[in-house]
Design a protein around this ligand. Sequence first.
Ligand SMILES: C[S@@+](CC[C@H](N)C(=O)[O-])C[C@H]1O[C@@H](n2cnc3c(N)ncnc32)[C@H](O)[C@@H]1O
Length: 250
Amino acid sequence: MKKNFEKYSKYYDLLYKDKNYQNESDYVAGLIKKHNAQAKKILELGCGTGNHAAILCQSGYSVTGLERSADMVSLAAQKNISNFEPKVADITDFELNGKFDVAVSLFHVLSYLTDNKNLLSCFTAVNRHLNKEGIFIFDVWYSPAVYVQRPETRVKRMSNDEIEVTRIAESDIHYNLNVVDVNYEIIIKDKKSGVAEVHNEKHPMRHFSVPEIELLAAATNFTLIKSEEFGTGNTPGSDTWGVCFVLQKK
Ligand SMILES: C[S@@+](CC[C@H](N)C(=O)[O-])C[C@H]1O[C@@H](n2cnc3c(N)ncnc32)[C@H](O)[C@@H]1O
């Protein structure tokens, strides 16, 4: 499978330094408290550079993180987060020692699984690694919002003392696949020398409807217990880009 985040993982934290990982992690911890109050052990799929894990570990959980990009795992490991173990692994096919109370997958990671085969094998592996009545919390792109709002061309610019990173995102919609290709051009400019390098990456993103997730859950021994706007808990609508789902192992 072609990998993304290969070229821009080292700029990831800079590009997302405006993302409110604290609020997001508090929201997820609230869902865990509500649906599995005794939970201690979390499995995180697509943990990236460990930004949610750092906060969840501070809140008293232990987190095992699975991440396909070795560069992201190395950046996560360098943060020396207590009770967090990031590992290089593919979330569509993994086998670990031990089971978990909760699985989480945050910031549209499951939208990176664009075909049914990979989604089914991921959900099956998650189910196998959860304790009885364990829960699976994830957010994905929501089909009604993609069709009504349509992805726009977006430019994001962030900088630190040394570099300025500009990321341009342009999208192609594949209506028959429930997939949007997000084409990123990332320009990294050295502030001192003015020299710039350019990287291009394509991120195919799948979007989902509630009945689709319900079917996926039923096929992999889960029950869908909640779907809501990520972060607010509002009922999803055609203006809700990111929807959070909570599944429970049967
Ligand atoms: C948008 S990033 C989110 C990272 C992190 N969860 C965060 O919130 O910062 C998506 C992550 O999913 C990872 N990913 C995508 N497909 C994967 C797969 N099949 N197995 C493991 N990780 C995957 C990417 O490498 C990337 O780190």
